[in-house]
Ligand binder design. Sequence first.
Ligand SMILES: [Zn+2]
Length: 89
Amino acid sequence: MSTTIKAKWVNTRKRHYCTGCNRSQPVGSRLMNHVAIFYGDLCNNYYCEPCDEVSKTLDPGDEFGCGDLLEGWQYLEPKPSDWLPRGFI
Ligand SMILES: [Zn+2]
């Protein structure tokens, strides 16, 4: 069970990995910074836009591991390949 402390869009100042798809995100990426308490531990995660969209389709309390949201990209409409910058995928 997690409790969200902060969730906001940021333009990154250093490289991060998206927790949802485990893809490297370069400096200047627009990512969702999600800070939460997860089973008593402070977690600070970053999510790319497609993974943030996939996370909205999950039920409250659904848990996922690093990279698990990539599978959900195929169900997004419009397809991420239609709206992500060239080279992202
Ligand atoms: Zn992602």
